[in-house]
Design a protein around this ligand. Structure first.
Ligand code: ADP
Length: 399
């Protein structure tokens, strides 16, 4: 079966066509600048990337272009659209309603819409993508896969804040967690690679991309995660602050004459590695500056490593030890110095990595020494494949 995976943003859309039997990617690409001018990137596996500048005023037109490219007689991956068996859509926020992926019916779409306030930048765009696909492929079953769903198993004392309880009841103020698709994929793949049953494992997954979060996975389910009500909480990120004292917000508003959304914007876009280093949000630039002796870049690097270490330590205690720590996403998969520095900080727990084994970028590797108390792995994430797997699983479940 062929599953088309769609990740639709407000002005861009990423897609992958995956053969579910072999799990091979048949074609992939993205549409950019939707509603502005329009650019389609398409690549059939094994062929060169094609870039087409073409007007795509709406998401429906963008998806139409993707479908045309997929069945193009010369470079298409399929002969006809009848060969698309299902579509899996990434949906950022499922609120408390969706603790797993779900077949997208009208009723479900209405429920997703009710979560729009919780993710105003993402959910409306996800819904636009779903509706456009439904119009263009009315007979193809579609499944929604939520970033929040994997964390639906967190216990109350993990997801509740110590706030008036009625804020939870009335306004849904609680920790939701994000990157669930990645944490699920990485923890499952880790168990497979180890040849172990995930139900017997305690895993700490570290998704370190532009956005970054950690997750404590016990017996295959999320029991805590570092992001919160929004993806701003938790560890320090490329441009996001991670956890800060909330009283800073009104104080800065007063001192700097800013309104609440301006301060939140600074926390989201001007903080993290960028804010502390005053140079870049990209870990490659930070490390290059550190190597040139830049003290502020060194401070940003140290703080980043420290916040990751803090959360690993917290989850190590929560899980009563960890069988494995997994690093994934842009920084986790590629940054040898970040992994080394984090694991150095964990030495007192008996966690040790081998410098030669750690000398890997973007590929699966066990980097811990044989006598390390926890195993440490580098595991490339694959959110699209996880969405394709979930899409098939939930379609089959629904008969
Ligand atoms: P996103 O959250 O946008 O999906 P990614 O998982 O692709 O992010 O991660 C992007 C980040 O990965 C970049 O901002 C950069 O900091 C980091 N990165 C990529 N390659 C390297 C590398 N070789 N060394 C250090 N960091 C890297």
């Amino acid at each position: 079966m062929n599953v088309l995976v769609i990740n639709c943003g407000s002005s861009s859309l990423k897609y992958q066509l995956i053969d579910s039997e072999t799990e091979a990617v048949l074609a992939k690409g993205l549409c950019e600048r939707i509603g502005i001018d329009g650019r389609l990137v398409y690549q059939k596996t094994g062929l060169d990337k094609e870039i087409t500048e073409a007007a795509m005023p709406t998401h429906k037109q963008a998806i139409q272009m993707v479908l045309d490219a997929i069945v193009n007689p010369k470079t298409g991956a399929l002969k006809s659209l009848a060969e698309v068996d299902a579509v899996g859509h990434r949906v950022v926020h499922g609120g408390e309603k969706f603790a797993s992926s779900v077949v997208l019916t009208e009723e479900v779409l209405a429920q997703i819409e009710e979560c729009n306030d919780l993710a105003p930048l993402h959910n409306p765009a996800n819904l636009i993508g779903i509706r456009a696909c439904q119009e263009l492929m009315p007979n193809v079953p579609m499944v929604g896969v939520f970033d929040t769903a994997f964390h639906g198993t967190m216990p109350e004392d993990a997801y509740l804040y110590a706030l008036p309880y009625e804020l939870y009841e009335k306004d849904g103020i609680r920790k939701y967690g994000f990157h669930g698709t990645s944490h699920k994929y990485v923890s499952q793949t880790c168990a497979e690679v180890m040849g172990r049953d995930i139900k017997d494992l305690k895993i700490i997954t570290c998704h370190l991309g532009n956005g970054a979060s950690l997750c404590a996975v016990k017996n295959g389910v999320s029991v805590d995660t570092s992001m919160g009500f929004t993806p701003l909480a938790g560890i320090m990120m490329g441009t996001r602050s991670g956890d800060v004292d909330p009283s800073i917000i009104p104080y800065v508003m007063e001192q700097e004459g800013l309104n609440a959304s301006e301060v939140v914007n600074a926390l989201n876009k001007k903080s993290g590695l960028l804010g502390l280093s005053e140079k870049s949000s990209d870990m490659r630039d930070i490390i290059a500056s550190v190597n040139e002796g830049d003290e502020q870049a060194k401070l940003a690097f140290n703080k980043y490593v420290r916040t990751i270490t803090d959360y690993i330590a917290k989850y190590y205690v929560l899980l009563n030890g960890a069988d494995v720590i997994c690093f994934t996403a842009g920084v986790g998969e590629n940054s040898i110095p970040v992994r080394k520095a984090v694991c150095e900080n964990l030495k007192c727990l008996g966690i040790k990595i081998d410098d030669d084994k750690n000398n890997v970028m973007g590929e699966m590797a066990k980097i811990s020494t044989d006598d390390s108390s926890s195993m440490v792995y580098v595991l490339p994430t694959d959110e699209e494949l996880m969405i394709a797997r979930d899409t098939l699983f939930f379609l089959h479940q629904n008969g």
